[in-house]
Design a protein around this ligand. Structure first.
Ligand SMILES: NC(=O)c1ccc[n+]([C@@H]2O[C@H](COP(=O)([O-])OP(=O)(O)OC[C@H]3O[C@@H](n4cnc5c(N)ncnc54)[C@H](O)[C@@H]3O)[C@@H](O)[C@H]2O)c1
Length: 179
């Protein structure tokens, strides 16, 4: 089976954790991207150096270049600011729209078949913006699941270890990795 490729944009708290989990679970070769020079590269190196201990067999690389997302089946956008004291919701929205909008537009060009998961807050607005700027169809742009979301209905199994309604079922199915 070909191992899919995933890109995580933003190598901060959430992005680095997402990249590590993708690698630990062997779900995809991972490209980690951050605007800060050396940050994604350093985090990717840390994860890669744990590979022999953790049994990680996928590659994890870091870069500042968004074009490295080319060919990814999954792109997770975590880039942006978290709300700081004194920052209004509107301030956060404006700042993060200026980050997420251009990223989504670039992903639309370099990884046109990807599924896009948005983590950056305010989540619903960022999902709508990413949908518009990427040009992707609605079913390929989605928010990261939230703790308050209802539990997924597992539904009937569609393959070994994979159930119809699991969040990655569509990703794997679209790319022909459904078991
Ligand atoms: N949806 C959720 O459930 C959920 C949960 C946690 C955090 N968040 C949100 O996710 C976002 C990230 O949170 P965090 O804790 O990882 O923040 P963080 O500050 O640790 O990381 C954000 C990273 O984004 C990078 N970045 C900024 N602009 C960029 C750009 N143009 N291109 C690439 N990288 C860029 C920063 O350099 C930084 O490393 C925030 O908006 C936060 O509110 C959402």
């Amino acid at each position: 089976m070909t191992i899919p490729r995933a890109t995580v944009i933003g190598a901060g708290q959430v992005g680095a954790t997402a990249a590590h989990l993708l690698a630990l679970k062997g779900l995809a070769h991972v490209t980690l991207i951050d605007v800060v020079e050396g940050l994604a590269q350093g985090k990717a190196l840390d994860i890669s150096q744990s590979a022999p201990v953790e049994g990680i067999r996928v590659s994890v690389t870091g870069t500042t270049n968004l074009d490295a997302a080319a060919g990814s089946q999954l792109v997770i956008i975590t880039a942006g600011l978290a709300r700081k004291p004194g920052m209004s919701r509107d301030d956060l929205l404006a700042a993060n729209a200026n980050i997420v909008g251009p990223i989504a537009e670039r992903i639309g060009r370099v990884a046109p078949n990807a599924i896009l998961i948005i983590v950056t807050n305010p989540l619903d607005v960022m999902v709508a913006l990413a949908l518009q700027r990427s040009g992707f169809p609605r079913h390929r742009v989605m928010p990261a699941p939230r703790r308050t979301d209802p539990p997924l209905d597992p539904g009937p199994a569609t393959g070994p270890g994979l159930r119809q309604n699991e969040p990655d079922a569509g990703w794997r199915k679209e790319e022909g990795h459904d078991g």
